[in-house]
Design a protein around this ligand. Structure first.
Ligand code: PGA
Length: 259
């Protein structure tokens, strides 16, 4: 696991955007796994800037998002489909048919979840998966105690996750109770993954994920089993790491160490 502690939040977002852009440049036809959440918004802002400047070309790229709320159709403004359209897809020369999210309005969400896993496999698998982390250690919507062998499926959201997401919904709207999420085994099959965590609210979950035992109690700890996982952190999210000095020696400023 590569642990990159950046000087500040903006640098962490930029490092993440650079890794995504490198994956796109490395292979025309790259398959990206994407994530939503407030942490990702500066990353997508950087990608929009690069699209506008002509330094990023997503026209050959296929995308699969981690998750979608059950019960929200793609035209609901808080659906992750609408969010991704707003944050990235509308700005990109990317055929909409190449952008995939689970269909939150599917009449049979369990069947939709299986279809989604099959669609990822049919696309050849995910080259680079972008991840956030919940304050409770979730990745995607794999809440604590999710099986480390789980596939894409319907999950019930915890009260903590619903409270965190309530800020995106109006006062009269209830945050959804269920989501279709890629499973932990699905995420571990990506050829590489990068998790971005910023702010003090993530420090405990980040420490458990990187330095705790591999445990379903902290789903992000499963990334310790991934052969190519990069954790990109700002100083606040890195605050509880015991081996922080070591990570900063190996990757000064979140960069590559001269060997
Ligand atoms: P956040 O969500 O970026 O809004 O904190 C991250 C997550 O829950 O995965």
């Amino acid at each position: 696991m590569r642990v990159l502690i950046c000087h500040d939040t903006a640098t962490a977002a930029c490092r993440t955007a650079d890794i995504l852009c490198d994956a796109v440049a490395a292979r025309h036809g790259a398959v990206l796994g994407l994530a939503t959440g407030g942490t990702m918004e500066p990353v997508y802002a950087l990608l929009r800037d690069r699209l506008a400047a002509g330094t990023l070309d997503l026209s050959g790229t296929t995308t699969f998002n981690l998750d979608e709320y059950v019960g929200l159709a793609g035209d609901h403004p808080q659906s992750y489909r609408a969010t991704m359209n707003r944050l990235l897809f509308d700005a990109a020369d990317l055929r909409r048919s190449r952008t995939h999210l689970p269909d939150g309005a599917a009449s049979d969400p369990a069947t939709e979840a299986r279809r989604y896993d099959a669609a990822i496999a049919a696309a050849g698998g995910i080259d680079l998966q972008l991840l956030g982390i919940g304050g409770n250690g979730h990745i995607g919507f794999n809440e604590p105690t999710s099986s480390l062998g789980s596939r894409t499926r319907v999950k019930t959201l915890t009260a903590e996750t619903r409270a965190a997401n309530a800020r995106f919904f109006g006062p009269e709207e209830e945050a959804p109770r269920y989501a279709i999420t890629m499973g932990i085994a699905t995420i571990l099959e990506s050829r590489s993954c990068v998790l971005l965590a910023t702010g003090p609210g993530k420090a405990a979950a980040v420490a458990a994920a990187i330095e705790g035992p591999v445990s379903a109690a902290c789903p992000a700890s499963a990334l310790q089993l991934h052969p190519s996982a990069t954790m990109i952190l700002d100083p606040e999210a890195a605050a509880d790491l015991r081996l922080r000095d070591y990570y900063e020696t190996v990757h000064p400023g979140g960069g590559e160490a001269p060997l």
